[in-house]
Every structure is written in structure tokens, then in C-alpha cells.
Design a protein around this ligand. Structure first.
Ligand code: FEO
Ligand code: CA
Ligand code: CA
Ligand code: CA
Length: 628
């Protein structure tokens, strides 16, 4: 085991006296406690803790983060450190096929199908050669305010179709020349996947009665994907797009009683937000009560074949998927970590039945169809903000997933994964967003973006892994699988960072954040995360950018870079007004970084009077490695 190690700031790791939980309740921070205890016995505590021992490692000789940190910003532009440059690569409405119409708020659905989609989110750079690549990008959503000239005041069938064409996935070829990576509008792999692209449901739940509709009595053929949040990719060259808040696209013309199992997923009678159901019966839950069960999955796409049918992999469970962090375990099995982004929901792990075959790519094609899904339980250790955890198997017939408790098959467990997780006693988390695996160790990180219900709602009591009530700033938890094996059923965990505001809150208040947060690097609501080849942890925010009150001194949404070993965090990028920063991927040499600017509010990438989501390309003026 490993490179897992102690955060040098030590605020979260050394052992605590057993009454530490009471100290937290009284509002005395770990930091103050540790300062008090350091002089006397922290060495003894440290030595006594098996977790701390496992994490001990000599300090690094050279700083991992070589760039000059930038201050916060409230400017309507993208700012990067000295010696770096940020340029738009592709923007919502840009043509991805020759002869596509130029962007306009009066574009047709067909026009939009030939353009880069709206609200770019998670993305993956897939190299084809040294100067040719494919960029697969999620288009999470669309905003009627900017999509339509009348800002969505009226809706028509054609407008709904355009909205359905604006979401999904965009696949765009890139070529590298003198000016670095550029999009190639003529690329033969360029493709739009929308809410109407034909897909296949695969894996254990495919064909189940609860997946059958009037249009598809087989329960295996689905049209489309939408609310594609974050992503993943596989070593066999496919792209994973993750369906998140699909519920917002369903509604009903008539008020109806929504089945309780669907209500758990946010399905509601009336207007779900996008009003697709008013012009498209597929999205009317009264007329098609099972259509919503066909969304909320991880979809595997072969970006190298524009004719390929995307596959919804039911073995990975149905929930509001954020991303899919995939690795090959030491034993050859594919392990995928998955977060469910909702207050009080859970963190999951899939382990494939068969092993990855490096030499026969065709053998890997359906690895994600068979395996075991688990959900995480983070065990408390008396207020220590660290502890042990276990993965609880979500298999029909085990752990109470039985007919007595409402589960009649593995399909039930997978279609209603949230209910299965509750049944087995999974830990409720503060909105799990992205998961990222450190390539330099077996450490796994997950952003818990925020949770206003923590400590307020039943079942969401404060616990060691989610230690703050009304968690407005969010935190990043991390775990180390037992023996460094991602397929093992237990782990140790601690908290990498508690975001907070040391300007607003005193050091003895957990809202000031952990010790690696200070007045120059503070942020709120960590969301997108990813590692580069050297093991730098890149952190993106989707938070409150009001820059006042609890959030004063934080400015616009931003991207930071963290050293997973020392705990150091530095601000790398600040975004334009109103945007969230989401989506990151590197060229294999780590000399180009692609970053998503989602839903800017003012003048950013303006065309036809419309601010537009954009993928930025970031390089160093000296051509060096990003972040070094
Ligand atoms: Fe689409 Fe949870 O962010
Ligand atoms: Ca997100
Ligand atoms: Ca978010
Ligand atoms: Ca978003």
C-alpha cells in the first residue's frame, strides 16, 4: 500500500480523544484541538493510529504545483496564471459538419443537430495519432432563456425538438498544427448524440417489464440520452456519458399520483421543468409511466464508429449519475466508482465479473454488462473525520434485497438502486459529484459539493464523513482501498479538504475550512475533479459566486489544483460571470488542458446577443506541462 499519505497540515488525521465529537458539537475546531494537543502527545497519537501509519511518507522534495496562484475574479472572462493562455476551442452552436447553419436563436432542430451542443460538461480527449484526436463532450442541458428568441415564453413541438437536439453528446475530431489543437469541422467521426438517438439497454435489467413502453415492448430499445453530466472513459477506447437529473424532463398533462419509487428519483406530476411532455407523449409519465426508468444510466459510446449504437449499461445502477471513474484493478477486473448527486444519496462501485484483456480489445466490449454493484458505508470513528468503510453488495437475495423488502429480481435492485442502497444501510452523503482516482497511488477522491439538508432532514444526521450541518461549502473525501485493491470490500478514509471561508468564520469554527484552506485559495462547492499524469488533483467549482456574505472573497467559479500529498491547494483559473467550471481533460502529453465553461450569464462567447457555453483550450506560452 502505497502512496496514500498524511496531509502535512495534519488537521484531519491524527487520533483524537474519544470525546472529540462533543468538542465539534461545542464548535471547537479540529484545528484548535490539534494545536492544543500537538505540544503534548500528537506524536504518540499518530504512532498509535494504524490509519495514520499507513499514510506516513517522507515529504516530497519538489513542489508538485509549479505555477503562480491567481487571485479571485469577478470579471467576465477566463483568467489563468502568468505564462499560460486560454482560448476558446469550441462553443455551443459551432458547426460540427460542413454546411451546418451558423448559430442563431432561430435555428431549427436539424440545424442544432449539426452543431456543437449546449451546456458542455464532462469530456474526454481520445488520441488517434500524434496530431489527430477525438474530443467527446457531454451537453448536459439547455436553457430556454438563451435557446429561444422569446426566452421560452411559448413552447411548440418544433421548439421541444430543438431543445432535444441541443442536449446529449458531441463528438468532434481535433487536429494538431502550428496553433496547437483545433476542431476539424470535416472530421468523419464528428457526431451528435441527442435525446432521439437510438440506444440499447444492456445488462441484467434489460428487457425487464419496468423498462417496457408502448413504443418498445422489448424493454431494450431506448431513444436518446439527456442531462449528460460528467463522464468517464475506458482503456478499450470507449466514452462513458452519465445521465444525471433526467427527472426534470418528465411531467404530466394531468395531475397524477406519482409512484413512490419514482418520486425517490424526483419524478413529479405537472411540469418537470422542460415541458417536453406537453408536445411529446414519451415524456408524459401518465401516458408512458416506464419511460423514466430508461434514463438515469451510464451510457457507453464508441466514438470511433459514428454508426455505433450507444449502450445503456444497467449493471452500473440507475441514479443521478455524476461521473464514472474507471480503473483496472490489480486482479484485472474493471472497477468503476460512481456518485449519485443528490442531497443524502450515495457513492457506488461496480466490479466486473470478467477481466480486462489488453491484447484482445473485442473481449472488453461488454465488460460493463456483468459484475457486482456495491454501495459505500463510511463508518464513524467518534468524530475523527477519518475511519474505515465497507462496500455493501447490491445483489438480489443478499443483504435484505429480498421480496419481503420489495425486491423481486436483480432488475429491481438496478432500476431502483437508491432504494436498494437505503435497504442495506449505505451512508447518506453531501451530494456526491465527481470521483477521481490518483494514478500515482490507489487513492480515490470524491467531491461532496454541499448539502443544505445535512443535520436538518431525518436520515441525514451529521456524521464523521459529512461532518457539518447545513454544509454550504462542501468537502472532498478520499479513501484507500484495502491492500490497494479497488475490488476489495473495505477501505480507510479521511477528508482531503473541507472548503470554507476563513474570512467569515473564526479558526475554531469548522466553516472556516480545513487547514489547507486560507484567505487566498478559498472556494465553495467542489464538483469536477480529475488527476493529470503526475498526480495533480484538479478541482472545479459549481458554487455560489455572489462574492458576498458567507461567500465573500470567493469570486466567480474557479478551478484549483491540489497536491494530494501535501494538501496544498492553489487557484489556477477563474471563470466568467454566472458560469460553472465543469469538464476537464488533457492531451496525453499534459501540455494542453481542456476546460468547460458552462452557462456563462453575461457576454462570454457572445453571438447573436447570447452568451454561450464553451470548451477552453489552455496551454503554456513555453509549451510546458500544465501545472508543473
Ligand atoms: Fe451535473 Fe451534479 O452536476
Ligand atoms: Ca457537476
Ligand atoms: Ca454541481
Ligand atoms: Ca451543470
Amino acid at each position: 500500500m502505497s502512496h496514500f499519505e498524511q496531509d502535512k497540515h495534519s488537521n484531519l488525521l491524527p487520533s483524537q480523544p474519544s470525546d472529540f465529537s462533543q468538542i465539534v458539537e461545542k464548535g471547537l475546531s479540529r484545528r484548535r484541538f490539534l494545536q492544543a494537543s500537538a505540544a503534548t502527545s500528537s506524536v504518540a497519537f499518530f504512532a498509535a493510529s494504524p490509519i495514520a501509519n499507513a499514510m506516513a511518507r517522507p515529504p516530497q522534495s519538489q513542489a508538485l504545483l509549479g505555477f503562480e496562484a491567481i487571485p479571485i475574479s469577478t470579471q467576465d472572462t477566463v483568467i489563468v496564471p502568468k505564462g499560460y493562455q486560454a482560448e476558446p476551442l469550441i462553443t455551443w452552436g459551432d458547426a460540427i459538419h460542413p454546411n451546418a447553419a451558423a448559430f442563431s436563436q432561430t435555428n431549427s432542430a436539424v440545424d442544432q443537430e449539426n452543431q456543437f451542443g449546449d451546456n458542455n460538461d464532462g469530456m474526454t480527449f481520445l488520441p488517434l495519432s500524434h496530431n489527430r484526436a477525438v474530443l467527446a463532450v457531454n451537453n448536459e442541458s439547455t436553457d430556454y432563456e438563451t435557446l429561444f428568441e422569446d426566452h421560452g415564453k411559448t413552447l411548440t413541438a418544433e421548439k421541444v425538438r430543438r431543445s432535444q437536439a441541443a442536449v446529449g453528446v458531441s463528438i468532434v475530431e481535433l487536429t494538431k498544427g502550428q496553433q496547437g489543437w483545433k476542431t476539424n469541422v470535416d472530421g468523419r467521426l464528428n457526431r451528435r448524440i441527442t435525446a432521439y438517438t437510438e440506444m440499447q439497454l444492456t445488462g441484467p435489467a434489460a428487457g425487464d417489464d419496468k423498462l417496457k413502453t408502448n413504443a418498445d415492448p422489448t424493454g431494450t430499445k431506448v431513444l436518446g440520452t439527456f442531462n449528460n453530466c460528467a463522464n468517464g472513459s475506458t482503456p478499450w477506447g470507449t466514452y462513458l456519458t452519465c445521465e444525471e437529473n433526467f427527472n426534470g424532463f418528465f411531467g404530466s398533462q394531468n395531475p397524477i399520483d406519482v409512484p413512490i419509487e419514482d418520486a425517490r428519483y424526483g419524478i413529479s406530476s405537472g411540469n418537470g421543468g422542460f415541458n417536453w411532455h406537453q408536445f411529446d407523449e414519451r415524456f408524459d409519465i401518465e401516458k408512458e409511466p416506464n419511460e423514466n426508468h430508461r434514463h438515469g444510466w451510464v451510457v457507453e459510446i464508441d466514438p470511433m464508429n459514428p454508426q455505433s449504437t450507444p449502450k445503456k449499461r444497467t449493471a452500473l445502477g440507475r441514479f443521478k449519475h455524476e461521473n464514472a471513474a474507471l480503473t483496472i484493478d490489480k486482479n484485472g477486473r474493471v472497477v468503476v466508482y460512481l456518485g449519485d448527486d443528490e442531497r443524502g444519496e450515495h457513492i457506488y462501485k461496480f466490479v466486473s465479473k470478467s477481466k480486462y484483456n489488453e491484447h484482445k480489445p473485442e473481449k472488453n466490449r461488454d465488460l460493463l454488462d456483468e459484475g457486482t454493484l456495491y454501495v459505500a458505508k463510511f463508518n464513524a470513528q467518534g468524530g475523527e473525520l477519518q475511519g474505515k468503510g465497507e462496500w455493501i453488495e447490491l445483489t438480489f437475495g443478499k443483504n435484505g434485497l429480498t421480496p419481503q423488502n420489495g425486491f423481486t429480481s436483480q432488475a429491481d435492485v438496478l432500476i431502483f438502486t437508491r432504494q436498494a442502497a437505503t435497504q442495506v444501510g449505505a451512508t447518506t452523503m453531501d451530494r456526491p459529484e465527481w470521483v477521481a482516482i490518483n494514478p500515482k497511488s490507489e487513492q480515490v477522491f470524491c467531491t461532496l459539493t454541499n448539502n443544505k439538508y445535512r443535520g436538518v432532514r431525518e436520515g441525514q444526521e451529521v456524521n464523521d464523513a459529512n461532518p457539518r450541518e447545513n454544509n454550504i461549502y462542501g468537502h472532498i473525501i478520499r479513501w484507500q482501498p484495502k491492500n490497494g485493491k479497488h475490488s476489495s470490500d473495505s477501505f480507510t478514509w479521511d477528508i482531503y479538504v473541507l472548503a470554507g471561508n476563513p474570512e467569515q468564520y473564526a479558526e475554531n469554527d469548522l466553516r472556516s475550512g480545513s487547514d489547507n484552506i486560507n484567505k487566498t485559495n478559498m472556494f465553495n462547492s467542489p464538483d469536477g475533479i480529475g488527476f493529470d499524469n503526475a498526480g495533480r488533483l484538479w478541482i472545479q467549482t459549481d458554487g455560489d459566486y455572489s462574492n458576498t456574505g458567507d461567500f465573500s472573497g470567493m469570486g466567480n467559479n474557479q478551478m484549483l489544483c491540489g497536491d494530494p500529498n501535501s494538501g496544498e491547494i492553489k487557484r489556477f483559473l477563474t471563470g466568467p460571470n454566472g458560469c460553472e467550471i465543469t469538464g476537464l481533460t488533457f492531451s496525453p502529453d499534459n501540455r494542453t488542458l481542456f476546460v468547460g465553461i458552462q452557462h456563462p450569464s453575461d457576454g462570454f462567447s457572445m453571438m447573436d446577443g447570447v452568451p454561450r457555453s464553451t470548451v477552453m483550450k489552455i496551454t503554456r506560452e513555453d509549451g510546458g506541462i500544465i501545472g508543473a
